[in-house]
Design a protein around this ligand. Structure first.
Ligand SMILES: Cc1cc2nc3c(=O)[nH]c(=O)nc-3n(C[C@H](O)[C@H](O)[C@H](O)COP(=O)(O)O)c2cc1C
Length: 251
């Protein structure tokens, strides 16, 4: 099923996720009210500190919480449940492209992308061992990470669907490493494949970034719990202040 971007955005606006929403949707007031309620409840129950400011409100009491616990040491865990747990970690969405020496283009949707090192500049992602495109990525020795914008959910779907030639409908320019560079992406990272590491049913691909670019004006496509979503900034929480004072790491 192809998800048109406006359908995704509509979906997100009515989503239960706080992270999904429309910039016009004013959750400041709701957040503040809920936080005050939570703060008073905490005070009543003998906590000394009130909740600082309002950011994410406490939305559920303990009785309402529905934590599913998967104990791998005790019993066989249903892989679907493990996927459900992993899916709670919201990610961006990328399309990773390559071109073999014979000129064959491949592209696959991946949300396993991660920053790895600033110096030297390294990134990583993981690919299923049985992915049909894996031999091309290994043979080419180069790849490009194309980070998608919130308007590109249909592209994500396209490159997540097995087809003989995913590029037949597009005219895609090549980047400096010869790999397809998707137009209107949020960011791109052109890489040389530096190392692969076998890990379970996946292969970790580590790339040395040779060129990168980003669009400051566009917004990311997100993926959370099996759904596409869009980001809404929290009020009064600019993490750049934290980064400057406490952490100079990645991202
Ligand atoms: C949001 C999303 C994220 C995905 N992330 C990955 C990933 O990180 N690694 C992977 O091997 N497959 C991932 N997939 C599945 C691949 O995109 C899919 O299997 C695709 O068909 C692989 O391309 P290929 O068939 O041309 O090899 C993801 C799919 C979606 C929809």
């Amino acid at each position: 099923m192809v998800l048109p971007a406006d359908a995704v955005i509509r979906e997100c606006m009515v989503s239960r996720f706080l992270m999904a929403g429309n910039r016009d949707y004013n959750f400041h007031r709701a957040a503040k009210a809920a936080t005050i309620t939570a703060s008073r409840a905490h005070a009543r129950h003998g906590r000394r500190k009130a909740w600082p400011g309002y950011g994410f409100p406490v939305r559920r009491n303990a009785a309402e919480m529905a934590m599913q616990v998967l104990d791998f040491a005790q019993a066989e865990v249903d892989p679907r449940e493990f996927r459900n747990a992993l899916g709670r970690f919201a990610t961006g969405v990328t399309v990773i492209t390559t071109r073999t020496p014979a000129g064959k283009c491949e592209g696959m949707t991946a949300n396993s992308f991660s920053a790895l090192s600033l110096d030297p500049p390294l990134v990583l992602w993981s690919i299923k061992r049985d992915a049909p495109s894996l031999p091309s990525f290994q043979e080419a020795g180069v790849f490009t990470i194309n980070v998608l914008t919130q308007e590109q959910a249909d592209l994500s779907h396209h490159f997540a669907t097995r087809q003989l030639d995913k590029f037949s409908e597009f005219i895609v320019p090549d980047g400096q490493n010869g790999c397809p560079l998707l137009e209107n992406a949020l960011a791109f990272f052109e890489c040389r494949l530096q190392q692969t590491i076998e890990a379970g049913d996946h292969l970790i691909m580590i790339g040395e970034v040779t060129r990168a670019g980003y669009d400051e004006a566009a917004d990311p496509l997100l993926f959370s719990a099996g759904r596409y979503a869009i980001a809404a900034a929290l009020p009064n929480r600019d993490a750049r202040d934290d980064l400057a004072s406490m952490w100079e790491g990645l991202g």
